[in-house]
Design a protein around this ligand. Structure first.
Ligand SMILES: [Cu+2]
Length: 179
């Protein structure tokens, strides 16, 4: 009985010693690596700031967007646009959406959108000229759409606008891929 108990005890203490050594090694690694990890995190934060792949655009009761120009960092694969209604007027009277198209297509896209009606978010179904669009939002509402950056060409003139009837003429801004 003693003959079997002793090796087991030895094994246990050997395991304990091994565990203690391992813990020390981990501790050493941690103290060594933490400045590197901190530096890495700081770099990651700078990179994330450099390529901000999301924006919020507000529409108000005075038929205005709070942005006149959006430049998409070319590092972004996808660019997220949130439309938010900052006013109080009902959606039927002052609804807003965010539609993206080539500047040359805006008038035709807007006209077809008006004809499509609110039920279709004022965008013609299957309109391939529309690069991205949100739904129409009313007061307190928001909607988000992702723009596929691979579809954007550097140097091409794009325009974002609201396709609610009568809004496109004033609720619009330039949209371009950064250089
Ligand atoms: Cu609008």
């Amino acid at each position: 009985m003693n003959a079997t108990a002793r090796p087991a005890q030895n094994r246990r203490s050997a395991i304990a010693a091994e565990g203690w050594r391992a813990a020390n090694v981990i501790k050493e690694h941690r103290t060594m690596k933490s400045p590197l990890i901190a530096a890495g995190l700081a770099l990651a934060c700078i990179a994330a700031q450099a390529a901000d792949c999301a924006i919020t655009v507000e529409g108000n009761d005075a038929m205005q967007f709070d942005k006149k120009e959006i430049v998409v960092p070319k590092e972004c694969k996808s660019f997220s646009v949130q439309i938010r209604h900052a006013g109080k007027l009902p959606i039927q009277a002052m609804g807003h959406n965010w539609v993206l198209a080539k500047t040359a297509d805006v008038q035709a896209v807007a006209a077809d959108g008006v004809a499509a009606g609110l039920a279709n978010q004022y965008v013609k179904a299957g309109d391939t000229r529309v690069l991205a669009h949100t739904k129409v939002v009313g007061p307190g509402q928001s909607d988000t759409v992702a723009v596929d950056v691979a579809r954007l060409k550097a140097g091409e003139s794009y325009t974002f606008f609201c396709s609610f009837p009568g809004h496109a003429a004033v609720m619009k801004g330039t949209f371009k891929l950064g250089t």
